[in-house]
Design a protein around this ligand. Structure first.
Ligand SMILES: NC(=O)c1ccc[n+]([C@@H]2O[C@H](COP(=O)([O-])OP(=O)(O)OC[C@H]3O[C@@H](n4cnc5c(N)ncnc54)[C@H](O)[C@@H]3O)[C@@H](O)[C@H]2O)c1
Length: 252
């Protein structure tokens, strides 16, 4: 049987990169999907391809920081698919390696809103449903910057540490309700985020001193494959795990 047969999953940030890779693999493994993103045109292209291949996929234009958007997303999946078994809080943004002294309040608030508040809003609704429906799996895309100080700027690092904390708290509180919550901590993965950002000069200079210790770029599918395992019942005994998927970067 396919790994996610019979499961309904939401993936945020599914128009691009890792979210799109998760969507492709989840669909191939038999899941019904609600894909969410801000970039509607790119999202629709992903949905169209999956539908052409015969998969059951719907989409929502969602800003993960907005409560009304997140509520609409959860209501829609429950109404159309009759349940929710897997939530992937994957949408995220970068701070361009900006150090603390140049991090203005707007940047701080935006990073915390997308990378930490977004997963909080969606997880809050998801656990309320999963508690009463037999359980589920939440997969958060954190970062190597969620466990180390030298993998992003100040706001990105703080927001991903917050997401790691939310992951552990969710795992601890809701494990008894058969809800598992785990975080993937990608290293450097070649996606739009990694290829198109304009780094802060000082942050980049400091960061680049460590380039020789960074393993080769990973692929979005490397993350999608681990997310598939965590979403599936094969990970039934994995809860509260903060899993590096980084080619060994944080071990160096
Ligand atoms: N690429 C890397 O090297 C890397 C490393 C570690 C962690 N990550 C994390 O992986 C996740 C996926 O990133 P990616 O590399 O695939 O980047 P990406 O830019 O290709 O994809 C991110 C997606 O999130 C969407 N998004 C951003 N803000 C949103 C919002 N407010 N509401 C809804 N959607 C929103 C974007 O439109 C985009 O489609 C992010 O959480 C990122 O922080 C990336």
């Amino acid at each position: 049987m396919a790994m996610l047969e019979g499961k309904v999953a939401i993936i945020t940030g599914a128009a691009s990169g890792m979210g799109r890779a998760m969507a492709r693999r989840f669909a191939a493994e038999g899941a019904k999907l609600l894909l969410a993103d801000l970039q509607v045109d790119k999202l629709e292209a992903v949905v169209a391809k999956l539908k052409d291949a015969g998969h059951e996929v719907i989409s929502e234009s969602v800003d993960v920081c907005k409560t009304a958007d997140v509520d609409r997303m959860i209501d829609r999946v429950l109404n159309e698919f009759g349940g929710l078994h897997v939530l992937c809080n994957n949408a995220g943004i970068l701070d361009n390696l900006t150090p603390l002294h140049d991090t203005d309040e707007e940047m701080w608030d935006r990073l915390m809103a997308v990378n930490a508040k977004g997963p909080y809003l969606a997880s809050r609704r998801a656990v309320a449903h999963m508690k009463d429906s037999g359980g589920g799996s939440i997969v958060n895309t954190a970062s190597a910057a969620g466990t180390c100080g030298g993998r992003g700027g100040a706001a990105y690092t703080a927001s991903k540490h917050a997401l790691v904390g939310l992951t552990r708290s969710t795992a601890w509180f809701y494990g008894p309700h058969n809800i598992r919550c785990n975080a993937i901590c990608p290293g450097a993965v070649m996606t739009a985020m990694a290829s198109s950002f304009t780094p802060h000069a000082e942050g980049f200079e400091r960061y680049s001193k460590y380039f020789p210790t960074v393993p080769p770029f990973g692929k979005a599918a490397d993350i999608g494959d681990v997310a598939t395992f965590l979403a599936s019942d094969e990970a039934r005994y994995v809860n509260g795990a903060i899993i590096p998927v980084d080619g060994g970067w944080v071990a160096y």
